[in-house]
Design a protein around this ligand. Structure first.
Ligand SMILES: C[S@@+](CC[C@H](N)C(=O)[O-])C[C@H]1O[C@@H](n2cnc3c(N)ncnc32)[C@H](O)[C@@H]1O
Length: 256
């Protein structure tokens, strides 16, 4: 990172958080790198069920915004995408580099803030983020950057917690409730007790407005339903809840 002091406060805090957490995420990264078929979200729903990725990937240029251990980038690289992984945390990128060596797969990894991407305008056909910049960066800023670095006709895909889940999850420990625990109006920046990070959660209307004002057309909103046999190590939602209501959602938008 060229000059850390110019980073916005939430980016600095999230960078510190992810540097500290990187060690705990390495094992999950190792398992995901070893997976042949992509799986999505905390329930690891297979690509064959969800159809998240564009059909024709070979030869495309792509960037993962907030790549962490970069397993999504690895899946894309194996499918012929000329991919770049970008993350603000050097510790997360260190794991990604180690996994690149272990799997004999090489693609550029850039330490940078997704709100200020050091790449030229129109450089990419695809931008993707799985619980990366799409959750931890300011939507007005990272969506504007995604619009800048995607060519006209390029695709943006991102996955994070659903709006409904965020309304129902308790601030303290515990799984999502079957009732609304916080207001929908005004939801945006969330800081959870005991967590040094800063997350951003928007309503569907606010997502549509930020996407459209940045020259994106929304093409799909996939509400992820895990299969009956799905398991997760995360304790903030039960399978019973996630089978009844979407706890994760995947936005697909195309740059005009
Ligand atoms: C859940 S993790 C990584 C997601 C990835 N799919 C994985 O599990 O390895 C979220 C990542 O987003 C990165 N991140 C958070 N804010 C960022 C920002 N403003 N710019 C770039 N990366 C960011 C963090 O450093 C962290 O590595």
């Amino acid at each position: 990172m060229a000059d850390e002091s110019v980073l916005p406060e939430h980016v600095r805090r999230n960078r510190v958080r992810w540097n500290a957490e990187a060690r705990n995420y390495a094992a999950a990264g190792e398992r995901a790198w070893a997976r042949e078929e992509p799986t999505w979200g905390i329930w690891r729903v297979p690509e064959s069920r969800l159809g998240v990725l564009p059909k024709h990937l070979a030869g495309k240029t792509g960037i993962e915004l907030g790549c962490g251990t970069a397993y999504v980038s690895a899946w894309l690289a194996r499918r012929g995408v000329k991919v770049v992984g970008l993350d603000a945390s050097p510790a997360q990128l260190a794991t990604a580099r180690r996994l690149q060596r272990e799997h004999g797969l090489d693609f550029p990894l850039i330490e940078a803030d997704a709100e200020r991407v050091p790449c030229r305008a129109g450089a990419f056909d695809l931008a993707i983020s799985e619980y990366g910049a799409c959750l931890w960066a300011d939507p007005d800023r990272w969506i504007a950057e995604a619009a800048r670095i995607l060519r006209s006709g390029g695709e943006l895909i991102f996955l994070a917690n659903s709006h409904l889940f965020t309304l129902c999850v308790p601030a303290e420990a515990g799984a999502a409730a079957e009732r609304l625990l916080r207001s929908a109006f005004g939801m945006r920046r969330i800081e959870w007790p005991g967590d040094p990070g800063v997350e951003f959660h928007l309503s569907h209307g606010d997502w549509i407005r930020v996407l459209r004002s940045n020259r994106f057309e929304v093409e799909d909103l996939i509400e992820v339903r895990p299969p009956e046999s799905a398991t997760t190590s995360y304790e903030y939602v039960t399978l019973e809840w996630a089978r009844r209501w979407p706890c994760e959602e995947i936005w697909r938008a195309r740059r005009r």
